[in-house]
Design a binder for this molecule. Structure first.
Ligand code: PHE
Length: 332
């Protein structure tokens, strides 16, 4: 009777066990050193021979049965655990049919937008995009542009000289050196623009940065005039801002152009804003690159790309363009 009850409860416990630890606990409860069945087996010694024979067989049969069932259940649980592991592993596999996760997409910086737009417009008017280095020599940045050493005109550009200063290397203060580099390698007639970063040793405020972008322009031909320049710049603005824009030329001074002027643009029928320096290429500049001044005429201009972008996108402070502030950048 005792054995029969023990058998049922033990088999039940084996089925109930959900993992190896639970199974082990049940095993100990029946077949461990102090397990219920172990105690019965030990107590057989106290019985008389006839009883021992009957009960001994029953107890031993039960022990064999339980050992077998425990072993089977153990294997079952181990198999179940492997299946669970496999299911987990499968969950980490790439499901190529699953819908993708949307990655945040970057976009072009407003200065780059303005530069690309400007390049497109000038290219439709026959201009090639040229480039030059940001670290320049004194020759390209100054001398070849008719600004000799010790000439007071050098003070127009607050300059970052690289050490040692007598090596004559500097961060270019304007994109005009690209004019020289290009003319050295190409014969006229020519039309180029040269967008790029420039550097000025000066304090920053809402409209000044110590580095910013210029877009240089140069057109050289047999009969290039100020009228050509005006027409091209007006057409550029018309396309860049998407509407006709009034401009005016004011006399100015640059060592590499003669005559020189500033170009102002009228913004929304309000104030005149200074947009660029420009002029007719100085004969000494042609001489510096080996052109014969009497044969060629050209105009050159250097406009602030930052100012263009600021007006197009209504940006109030130039420093925003260099802040890397996503709250600003994500608006474009
Ligand atoms: N390089 C001049 C500046 O940085 C601008 C300029 C370019 C003026 C070409 C005339 C002709 O101020």
């Amino acid at each position: 009777m005792v054995i029969f009850a023990l058998k049922n409860s033990a088999l039940e416990a084996i089925e109930r066990a959900q993992n190896l630890a639970e199974l082990e606990t049940s095993y100990k409860a029946y077949l461990g050193k102090k397990g219920e069945l172990t105690l019965i087996l030990r107590s057989l010694a106290n019985l008389n021979e006839a009883e021992r024979k009957v009960q001994g067989k029953e107890a031993n049969d039960l022990r064999n049965l339980l050992e077998k069932r425990f072993a089977e259940r153990k294997k079952e649980i181990q198999r179940e655990e492997i299946v669970i592991q496999e299911k987990l592993a499968i969950r980490e596999h790439v499901d190529v049919t699953a819908p993708g996760k949307r990655l945040p997409k970057g976009h072009t910086h407003p200065l780059t937008l303005a530069q690309t737009k400007a390049e497109e417009i000038f290219q439709t008017m026959g201009f090639t995009v040229a480039q030059g280095p940001e670290i320049e020599t004194e020759w390209y940045n100054f001398d070849a542009l008719n600004i000799p050493a010790n000439h007071p005109a050098r003070d127009m550009w607050d300059t970052f000289w690289l050490k040692p200063k007598n090596a004559g290397h500097l961060l270019r203060t304007h994109t005009s050196p690209v004019q020289i580099r290009y003319m050295e390698k190409h014969n006229p007639p020519l039309r180029i623009i040269a967008p790029g970063r420039i550097f000025r040793y000066e304090a920053t405020d809402a409209s000044h940065e110590f580095n910013f972008y210029q877009l240089e322009g140069l057109m050289v031909g047999k009969e290039v005039s100020v009228a050509n320049f005006k027409a091209i710049i007006e057409e550029f603005y018309r396309q860049f801002f998407g509407k006709p824009v009034a401009i005016r030329l004011r006399p100015s001074y640059f060592p590499f152009t003669e005559p020189s002027f500033e170009v102002d643009m009228r913004w929304n029928k309000g104030a005149w804003l200074e947009m660029m320096g420009a002029g007719i290429v100085h004969p000494n500049v042609f001489r510096a690159v080996g052109y014969i001044p009497a044969e060629w005429r050209g105009f050159a201009f250097g406009m602030g790309l930052d100012r263009l972008a600021m007006m197009k996108y209504q940006i109030p402070d130039i420093r925003l363009l260099y802040s890397g502030d996503l709250r600003f950048l994500q608006q474009f």
